[in-house]
Write a protein that binds this ligand. Sequence first.
Ligand SMILES: Nc1nc2c(c(=O)[nH]1)N[C@H]1C(S)=C(S)[C@@H](COP(=O)(O)OP(=O)(O)OC[C@H]3O[C@@H](n4cnc5c(=O)[nH]c(N)nc54)[C@H](O)[C@@H]3O)O[C@H]1N2
Ligand SMILES: Nc1nc2c(c(=O)[nH]1)N[C@H]1C(S)=C(S)[C@@H](COP(=O)(O)OP(=O)(O)OC[C@H]3O[C@@H](n4cnc5c(=O)[nH]c(N)nc54)[C@H](O)[C@@H]3O)O[C@H]1N2
Ligand SMILES: [Mo]
Length: 781
Amino acid sequence: MLDSQGTAGTAFGLMPVEPRQGGYGPRTDRAWSRKPYGHPAAGWGAAVSVGRVVLDQREPIAGPLAMLQMNHPISGYDCPGCAWPDDLGNLKLDICENGIKHVTWEMTRKRVDRRFFAEHTVTELATWPDFDLEDQGRLTEPMAYDAATDHYVPISWDDAFALVGDELQSLDSPDEAAFYTSGRLSNEATFLYQLMVREYGTNNLPDCSNMCHEASGRALKASIATGKGTVDMHDWDDCDALFVLGVNAASNAPRMLTALADAVKRGAQVVHVNPLVEAGATRTIVPHDFVDMARFKATGTSTMNLQVRPGGDLALIRGMSKVVFEAAADDPSVLDSEFLSSLTNGVDAYRALVEATPWPDLVTQSGLTEEQIRATAAVYLASERTIISWCLGVSQHEHGVDTVREIVNLLLLRGNIGRKGAGPSPIRGHSNVQGNRTCGIDHRPTDAWLDRLAAVCRIDPPRHPGLDTVRTIEAMHDERVKVFVGMGGNFVLAAPDTPFTAQGLEKCRLTVQVSTKLNRSHLVHGEKALILPCLGRTERDQQAQGPQGVTVEDAMSMVHLSVGRKQPASAYLKSEPAIIAGLAKATLPDTQTPWDRYVGDYDTIRDVMAKVLPGFEGFNERVSGKHGFRIPQPARERVFETPSGRAEFSHAPLPDVIPESADTLVLQTVRSHDQWNTTIYSNDDRYRGVKNLRELVFLHEDDMRDRGLIEGDLVDIVSTSKDGSTRMLRAFRAVPYDLPRGSAAGYMPEMNVLIGRKDFSAQSDQPLMKSIQVTVARTGS
Ligand SMILES: Nc1nc2c(c(=O)[nH]1)N[C@H]1C(S)=C(S)[C@@H](COP(=O)(O)OP(=O)(O)OC[C@H]3O[C@@H](n4cnc5c(=O)[nH]c(N)nc54)[C@H](O)[C@@H]3O)O[C@H]1N2
Ligand SMILES: Nc1nc2c(c(=O)[nH]1)N[C@H]1C(S)=C(S)[C@@H](COP(=O)(O)OP(=O)(O)OC[C@H]3O[C@@H](n4cnc5c(=O)[nH]c(N)nc54)[C@H](O)[C@@H]3O)O[C@H]1N2
Ligand SMILES: [Mo]
């Protein structure tokens, strides 16, 4: 590993093969291939791909049957895939290809039991591809690392809890422990987790949101005093114009394709802004429309595609605002003057800033022509009701916060917020990542939250902020954090700077992973280590007072029940709430919190949550209704609870997103169609036309020509970090792709080694997963 900071060397537990250290799909000898994908998104390619995963996981019967319960109002479980909302009643079967893959992956009949761990040392497992690790199936009982033999060995739940309790109690300060959350946790588990952590005495609650939508949350809070989008599915059905920035819908939120196709069908304008024209941005066979599927009938999903420069969205939005102000000079009714003067702050300064920004700068920085920007603005001006939606293509940049705030600025100009069919609508990632924040996973909790928690739960929570993901990694490295608890997820591969993160974890006294499947984060561990296996979303959760259901919140603030019914993968699994309660009782000898009562009957957790969480009054009654309930949100009612009591315009300088050297490319990391974050189902990326290849870098053909490259050439990719250090990936294949010159793309998590520890946004602390500065040259040159 090329690393000028002197931390070279492969960390124990990472793939020992230089330079890739994780993110491997299945082993294959088959040749790779690439040809442009000519079919509409979803449709039969999706059906074939689902069939393969269902068969591979040996679930040909239970798999498809369980699908019938997925996202079923009241009696079903929530799809553990993405956070796109459930359909409100039109669809018989509200499911998608990737949701089915995801559920089947969890429901597999394969098991990782004590015999498996007895047969393989951790050192040996470290040499396995990530696919093979997860493909062993579900974890079945708690395991502890035995350094003497380098094996994981069985441990009882009580001993495991006691071990964690002893370690946590022996720390000099509760701030020497960090408690990570991945976005799968239910609301109930989340609430108990943060309660335990704060009762213990720290706000060190890093989460996957720190790498995902932290920028969106911060921006929306500053602008309109809510960390979330303000629209719901009905608004999506009512808008005249829909802007979709930096989302790969066909792969990452496939149920969104239906909404896009519906919008186009009813004559709404749908503008996709993305350096890549993704499959879902042209046309789809509506995934739920079996008649359309049978007839191969495709529906358009866009009316315009704009191939913006990576990081160029702010310039595009500002250009649109410029056109809006120009139009307002002739026709003042273009602006919603009443709304602006009574409910917003700072529009005059924004106008001055926009007017002072010259067109050539907007053109250069956005990578679009003035005509394109004007045409996009014309769509906005012609629309009565506009929704702007975005995902990681906006948030994972240095200027993510400023860009989301600029999006809100543009919406505010025409009063596109807090009314039918209009507003900001971030597309969230994990199925309950938004609920996790609502229920208290936040390293920077507000005083109001802590006050209510203190009053209702009778604890004395710490008031100083905790560590987020990048700060936790630094702190583990500096040995300021000595215990790491991962509640779900695959921290070592999801985080940036893989070897650095791995070394941090290895320096810990104790690492604990609560998981459903074996993954690399179990192999990169502290001096002591535990794997605690938990129930999955689809499984029956039997507690003292009977079977339990949990709740989740989707990307549009709808909270609903999720009830698993399947026989658990093993009799020794515990639910996440039960594991958290076990950890809490072992860690907090004097606790007054009724942990056993909470675990026996989750209604009792919800009763307490109803008192702590604003908008959750009557939680148990309200969530039992057909589609659950929407959390009340003042901004949706045009009540802006900012310090000024108004929606705030931002006034950010136009960022310069063009690298200094013409040789430097801006590399972004994306998901393939066949992966779920760090879980890789196959080496194919159907919609980008790639088969059997993940070690690739997509490049513009002119950028390839300049470097003397043709398709398939092996190249080395060298990244330069903010601190000047360099990192390298060797022998990846150059693949020509339709993206803006000067940019490049490849897959997470194998490219995470290129993201330096200092490469995070100063605005959000989010790692710069969409703008890595790289040079690409033929291997050996
Ligand atoms: N099947 C499946 N579903 C998933 C996931 C998964 O791994 N698999 N992951 C889940 C999670 S946690 C999340 S957060 C979401 C992620 O959903 P996405 O945000 O769709 O995830 P990425 O694959 O990172 O794709 C980022 C998109 O942004 C574009 N982009 C990159 N840079 C820019 C830019 O500067 N401007 C603009 N406008 N676009 C840009 C890329 O070309 C790409 O289309 O999906 C969730 N759903
Ligand atoms: N380079 C780069 N890196 C990225 C990103 C990127 O775009 N580019 N995206 C970032 C984003 S948006 C995110 S959200 C993070 C994702 O980071 P994480 O959430 O940490 O990672 P996942 O891969 O989703 O976690 C998969 C693991 O979760 C466990 N799991 C699955 N279901 C359950 C369950 O029900 N309960 C529990 N306890 N465990 C379960 C399984 O053991 C599985 O191995 O990655 C980030 N990393
Ligand atoms: Mo995410």
